[in-house]
Write a protein of this length. Structure first.
Length: 255
């Protein structure tokens, strides 16, 4: 009898301990054939429409409205190696030749993010890969990783930013004070997306404002401080602009 009670007690304790942890969510990922990029599934979002009434005053339940369709997003920024593959296989020629010596001063290997790309260059790559640049709304939804109302992609704590992002300076996990970091060097967000804050600003489809002169970039970069790692932070460049802290990643799915 004592043995049975002991076994029962141990089982109860095991169940309680298992319940203390957060449930593990299996992330859905695919490999995109054209450029070999790993892509993570970003779920859609739906909402219930308001109920209405028929001619007799009886309730007609509202249906489910799809506010945003699901899509896939590259888990990392497009790398130097992937962009070189695109140039070699597509025949695309940037309007101005890429200064590779200058580029390799900041993105040192094929595993670093591609920089010195204009919005036109990024769009050309996306079209070659049969993907596209994300809209600004898609980018912000994905960067949150399922969190709601948080300041950063990992929560509200700026003190742990070095665990998730390469930004100005070097400390702790962030050992790249004067260059970009190899993609995937930091912890991912809740959807399995790496470097979604810091490393390089990322081009989006959208215009920055109604003047339609500048394109939107999101995410902060290795040059900037942590205040621009905020989910809501925005930047803008002319679509022809290139810089050592701007790159991109692609999506596939609904607009």
């Amino acid at each position: 009898m004592m043995v049975q009670r002991l076994v029962l007690l141990l089982l109860v304790m095991l169940i309680v301990c298992l319940g203390c942890g957060k449930p593990m969510q299996k992330l859905k990922k695919i490999t995109w054939t054209k450029d070999g990029a790993e892509m993570a599934f970003v779920p859609g979002r739906s909402m219930k429409a308001l109920d209405t009434y028929d001619q007799f005053g009886d309730t007609i339940p509202g249906g489910i409205l799809q506010e945003r369709d699901a899509f896939y997003m590259d888990t990392t920024e497009v790398t130097v190696g992937q962009f070189k593959k695109f140039l070699k296989s597509s025949g695309y020629e940037p309007k101005d030749p890429i200064d590779w010596a200058e580029l390799y001063g900041y993105s040192l290997t094929g595993d670093h993010p591609m920089i010195y790309v204009s919005w036109f260059d990024a769009t050309a790559y996306a079209e070659w890969a049969a993907k596209r640049l994300p809209t600004e709304k898609e980018w912000e939804f994905a960067v949150r990783g399922g969190l709601v109302g948080k300041e950063f992609p990992w929560g509200d704590e700026e003190s742990i930013a070095r665990e998730y992002a390469n930004f100005e300076g070097a400390l702790g996990r962030d050992q790249w004070g004067k260059t970009t970091a190899p993609v995937g060097s930091f912890k991912p967000n809740g959807y399995g997306l790496y470097d979604i804050a810091g490393n390089v600003w990322e081009w989006c489809q959208d215009w920055y404002d109604d003047l339609e002169e500048y394109q939107v970039l999101r995410g902060g970069s290795w040059i900037y401080y942590a205040d621009l790692l905020h989910v809501a932070a925005r930047n803008s460049y002319l679509p022809s602009h290139r810089d050592n802290d701007s790159g991109f990643r692609c999506v596939s799915g609904a607009n």
